[in-house]
Design a protein around this ligand. Structure first.
Ligand code: FE2
Length: 298
């Protein structure tokens, strides 16, 4: 009997609701986790629920390497010796988590950005996979959902549940965060399109509730991404430095800055600028002391 704190999504699929949901797929007496939660506390709780259900941890499948998805890896692997699977290009960040704040910040990370929100404890990825495909030794299928991170995977269970990771965020979070965090805008838009065609009886985003269909949420995310590009293009009609563009954009969207949101938004807006440069919607030039971005060059 599976513990009632693990919410049923399908015949063999459950999840533990949390700030970052933890998926659970049961195969015989083994349970496979889809992500491990944001920290050791979440990991302790899910392990207790598995044990109370008479289940053994068969392994963790990480959808991507962000700290709130891999935060329980180290504890669970230390306690059980479980295998960890991850998309190949995400695995580098899981085994060497200081890469995450360094990558976002663009230099050696200071103490304000090396807490558990951005940097998990290191864990050992025992096997990598390349989505889409299957995960060896498990009955799970993977979807290729890049964009939010470099090589994020979704997970499809045999009983028709799709774990969508952070490919989209529900509308209430979209209103709160204003700009969804993206690494690659072009592939994020393609991923939203791809997700609409995935057949599943239930979809679970990492941050939110299960839903039978996600068209509206995916469309809201797409519209917000396009809105951000339009705002940026408007702000760069006159040549503008990256610093001023960042300042004007966060002002426009009313984003409150702190150590964490500053580097997340800085990195995300840089990704939007790269997208517009690669689409030939703006150019980059340099003066003696600054870079200048100029939009709408077509
Ligand atoms: Fe994420």
């Amino acid at each position: 009997m599976v513990h009632p704190d693990l919410i049923s999504l399908g015949k063999h699929t459950y999840y533990m609701p949390d700030a970052a949901n933890i998926g659970v797929y049961v195969s015989g007496t083994d349970a496979y986790l889809i992500d491990s939660g944001r920290d050791r506390d979440a990991a302790k709780r899910v392990l207790r629920l598995l044990r109370a259900s008479g289940l053994k941890l068969g392994g963790i499948i990480n959808t991507h390497s962000h700290a709130d998805h891999i935060g329980g890896n180290a504890y669970l692997q230390r306690q059980t010796g479980c295998p960890i699977w991850a998309p190949e290009r995400e695995a580098y960040f899981i085994t060497c988590p200081e890469l995450e704040p360094a990558f976002l910040y663009g230099g050696f990370p200071h103490g304000g950005i090396t807490g558990k929100l951005l940097m998990a404890k290191p864990s050992r990825v025992t096997a990598v996979f390349q989505p889409p495909g299957s995960i060896e030794e498990t009955p799970l299928q993977t979807l290729h959902l890049p964009g939010h991170s470099i090589s994020m995977a979704g997970i499809l269970t045999p009983d028709g549940v799709c774990f969508t990771a952070d490919a989209f965020i529900p509308q209430d979070l979209l209103e709160r965060h204003r700009i969804p965090f993206l690494y690659d805008v072009k592939t994020a838009l393609e991923t939203l399109e791809h997700l609409r065609r995935v057949e599943a009886s239930c979809f679970l985003p990492s941050h939110g509730q299960p839903a039978e269909e996600i068209t509206e949420a995916a469309e809201a995310n797409r519209r917000r991404i396009l809105e951000v590009t339009e705002v940026l293009l408007k702000l760069m009609r006159q040549p503008v430095s990256p610093d001023d563009l960042f300042k004007l954009t966060v002002e426009h969207f009313g984003i409150m800055l702190n150590h964490v949101t500053y580097i997340l938004m800085r990195s995300c807006i840089n990704s939007f600028i790269s997208y517009l440069l690669n689409e030939n919607r703006c150019t980059l030039s340099y003066t003696s002391n600054s870079a200048l971005i100029t939009g709408d060059v077509l």
